[in-house]
Design a binder for this molecule. Structure first.
Ligand code: GDP
Ligand code: MG
Length: 441
């Protein structure tokens, strides 16, 4: 990995007073290669590298960090700044008004799918979306949107009798209120390549319907193409944000940097799969970690640092080191971890865990289980939480009645808890604690 490569490249730095261009050269070369491999455009990489070098030169070599970590830290921070700031707002107006979101992008970039994903998200936020089929290029595009609308339970506005997408959009916006919608999502046509006709059409929709937000959908797998199209779209329309799709799999997402750099508008969301729930907020810190090829490690620990109650974490850690881990600790731990995101994702960020969980259903339903588990643990006495072994049949019945589950669930929990306890204490032994400490400094 980059971290390993840098480790050896910069080993010689230890004991030197300051970072300099000369003593960082090999490390910087690695970073440059890593960026290019991640699909960051050549131009952007070059500017970026000179900025990094300028910034790092003269910095004292820190005692607490390895120089490699120090350089990665600087690069990481700069990447986060470059892709930030975080802005997930869709700038929705009040529900009594109609907010219009216009989606544009090349053919196949994921516009229609993203309309469905956004619609689904809006419904979960108690909004009423209306999907508008304004891609009249291919008849199948209208059908595709209708299927999505049915899946998420949102109305779809289409008109198969016209060839004029501007009219379709305009009528949809006019009808939105009558159809009970408060948010209109325009699914416009794309082309395989940028052309004037397409840009003219989008420009007319923009002018006629004055959307509140115009979002560009770009395919994160297309690298340099994504950058070129982003530039063209941004020149023709005033973009308010970018949604980058297909960032699932092992796409490293360097295009995110270049796209941000050329458009200057925030990256709002990312598509991480074909399914409707595969839409995530864009987080510059996570993306920076990914571009640097370190998975989500840095962001996990940075986030952990912000979110974890420091004293509580220290106490837990001490207890883990001593091999003590109670159901109470488990509850607290889970509550903290949950703040970081969905359990499966969070566990996947822990080194070694990602590979272990790959292809298993070990954590499917973990969220629901956890909620149930919390209820059960809350119904236990402090003594039972400390020493689950004492839970006999009559205690099981009492706890079951208190938490509204079948008594055997309590037995299962106690049985499951033991290996978990062992895993947690084993992880503590493997330096999880040390990592956390390093980040806290
Ligand atoms: P459009 O032409 O811009 O409307 O693109 P579509 O929404 O029809 O998507 C084109 C293809 O990309 C479809 O096969 C989608 O399932 C797929 N797709 C869209 N978003 C994602 C994503 O985030 N991840 C993956 N893996 N596929 C996606
Ligand atoms: Mg489409």
């Amino acid at each position: 990995s980059l971290q390993d490569g840098l480790g050896s490249a910069l080993k010689s730095l230890r004991g030197q007073g300051k970072l300099s261009e000369a003593n960082m050269r090999d490390g910087l070369k690695l970073i440059e290669r890593s960026l290019l491999e991640a699909d960051v455009s050549y131009e952007v990489t070059r500017t970026f590298m000179s900025r990094i070098t300028e910034q790092a030169v003269g910095e004292a070599v820190l005692k607490s960090l390895k120089p490699s970590e120090q350089v990665v830290g600087i690069v990481y921070k700069e990447l986060v700044d470059l892709m930030g700031p975080v802005d997930h707002s869709l700038h929705l107006k009040g529900k009594d008004e109609v907010t219009v979101l216009m989606m544009c992008g090349l053919q196949g970039s994921g516009k229609t799918t993203t309309c469905g994903k956004l619609g689904r998200m809006l419904i979960s936020r108690d909004r009423k979306p209306l999907l508008v089929a304004a891609d009249l290029q291919r008849p199948a595009a209208i059908d595709q949107l209708h299927v999505l609308g049915e899946q998420i339970g949102a109305p779809v506005f289409s008109d198969r009798t016209t060839q004029d997408p501007v009219a379709v959009c305009n009528n949809a916006v006019k009808e939105a209120k009558k159809l009970g919608a408060d948010t209109v999502i325009l699914d416009t046509a794309g082309r395989l390549h940028i052309d004037d006709e397409l840009m003219g059409q989008l420009g007319r929709i923009d002018k006629r319907c004055s959307p509140d937000q115009v979002y560009l959908v770009v395919d994160g797998m297309t690298g340099q193409d994504a950058v070129n199209s982003a530039k063209a779209f941004n020149d023709a329309l005033e973009l308010d944000g970018v949604i980058m799709t297909k960032l699932d799999g092992d796409t490293r997402g360097g295009a995110a940097i270049s796209v941000k750099e050329v458009t200057g508008v925030p990256l709002k969301y990312m598509g991480v799969g074909e399914h409707l729930e595969n839409l995530e907020e864009f987080h510059p810190d996570r993306m920076a970690g990914r571009i640097l090829g370190q998975g989500d490690m840095l962001s996990l620990f940075e986030k952990a640092q912000q979110e974890f109650d420091q004293d509580e974490a220290q106490r837990l850690e001490d207890q883990l080191q001593k091999g003590e881990f109670t159901l109470d600790d488990f509850l607290k731990q889970m509550r903290q971890i949950k703040r970081l995101g969905p359990i499966k994702k969070v566990m996947g960020m822990i080194p070694g865990m990602g590979a272990m969980l790959e292809g298993t259903d070990a954590l499917d339903g973990a969220e629901d289980d956890l909620k149930r588990l919390q209820g059960v643990i809350h119904s236990m006495t402090p003594e039972e939480r400390r020493t689950p072994k004492i839970i006999d049949a009559s205690r099981r019945r009492r706890i079951a009645a208190g938490s509204g589950v079948e008594p055997h669930v309590i037995g299962d929990l106690v049985k499951q808890f033991e290996p978990m306890q062992q895993m947690m204490t084993a992880m503590a032994g493997k330096g999880m604690g040390d990592r956390m400490k390093m980040v806290r400094q």
